[in-house]
Design a binder for this molecule. Structure first.
Ligand code: DAH
Length: 356
């Protein structure tokens, strides 16, 4: 009996001292395992007298059950402690406010380019592109602007530096999006209907001019396209863009790349210093246009005896100012965050023909 008592004391103590599950398992094996001390004592029962066997057997069974219960209890306690420890270590304060994230805005120029593209796309115009560093042939000659033509000076062109003996053709920063007309005609032939939004450059800087600005070019060539089609397309465009019926006025003008040429005004009113498009008796010049000159068609690889059509070019920045009431062009390109947040658009305000 004393042996059983000392086993009980020994193993109950060991169970309580076991610091983790592996230690506890070692205690279990030492006591209750096949070769554990309790099992060995059970084996000795065979050599005992029946009375002795009965009392010792009972006591050993009781000891085994008691140790088993103690082991289980300790195992559960260790698991609880481990969980508590994990909960403590992995604690996360979900009530902490999120760190502020800076959200950018879409620049009015990008927004307006998308708006214009959506409207013209609906009328069957595809977007065409060309390089901003352009040869002077595409920028001028192909558009019927001869080297001595005054337009070359009027455009205040940025010329790229050329080392003496450089065999490459002279390059300029394109002064308008019109060279994209030539590239598009060369690429796609006739019939063709494209718009070309993009950056252009001129050496000019005041409240209404910046050295870099944006234009959108339009070109439609087919067998019998006329100025009437031009007028319809532009009125459709302005009405969709400004969200009101906008009348246009065509004034005879001159561009080397069109014949005849017209400058186009849109109807507007000035009330209390605010300009409103689509109402009133005032007119605002917004665009140059005309019937594409035969020389220009030929430069684009299109036979002027077979094909004809219109072209137009307008300033995107100007369009943005008119629609969104932005007073100063220079602010467009100053990257002032306050300005960008005020006039910028959210990423979800994607232009479409049915959004306001
Ligand atoms: N390229 C002209 C400019 O930058 C705008 C222009 C006028 C484009 C008449 C055209 C056009 O396509 O037909 O001032």
């Amino acid at each position: 009996m004393t042996q059983i008592d000392s086993l009980r004391a020994k193993y109950l103590g060991a169970v309580l001292e076991a610091a983790d599950e592996p230690a506890l398992e070692a205690v279990r094996l030492a006591a209750l395992g096949k070769k554990g001390e309790v099992a060995l004592m059970m084996r000795d029962l065979g050599g005992m007298s029946p009375e002795e066997r009965q009392t010792t057997g009972k006591a050993l069974n009781a000891l085994r059950d008691e140790l088993d219960a103690a082991l289980r209890a300790r195992k559960a306690a260790l698991a609880d402690a481990a969980l508590d420890e994990r909960l403590r270590a992995e604690w996360l304060d979900v009530t902490l406010p999120a760190r502020p994230r800076r959200v950018g805005t879409i620049h009015p120029v990008s927004q307006v380019m998308e708006e214009c593209t959506a409207i013209f796309a609906d009328m069957g115009f595809r977007v065409a592109e060309g390089p901003q560093v352009e040869t002077d042939w595409y920028n001028f000659d192909a558009l019927n602007i001869a080297p001595e033509h005054p337009a070359r000076q009027e455009h205040d062109t940025f010329f790229l530096h050329r080392a003496p003996g450089d065999a490459r053709p002279p390059h300029v920063l394109r002064t308008h999006t019109s060279p994209v007309q030539i590239r598009a005609m060369q690429d796609q032939g006739a019939p063709i209907r494209v718009i070309a939004p993009g950056r252009v450059y001129r050496m000019d800087m005041d409240q209404t001019h910046t050295p870099m600005f944006h234009q959108i070019e339009g070109l439609a060539i087919d067998r019998d396209i006329s100025m009437a089609n031009l007028k319809w397309v532009l009125e459709e465009f302005f009405s969709a863009y400004f969200g009101a019926r906008v009348r246009t006025r065509f004034r005879a003008s001159h561009f080397p790349f069109t014949e005849p040429s017209a400058e186009v005004d849109i109807q507007c009113s000035w009330v209390g210093g605010t300009l409103k498009v689509g109402e009133g008796n005032g007119w605002l010049e917004v665009l140059g246009s005309g019937m594409v000159h035969p020389h220009v068609l030929r430069a684009g690889g299109i036979d002027p005896d077979q094909w004809q059509g219109f072209a137009f070019g307008m300033g995107i920045d100007r369009m943005a100012m008119l629609k969104y009431g932005i007073p100063d062009l220079r602010a467009f390109f100053e990257s002032d965050l306050r300005w960008l947040r005020h006039y910028g658009f959210g990423a979800l305000e994607a232009p479409s023909l049915h959004a306001g």
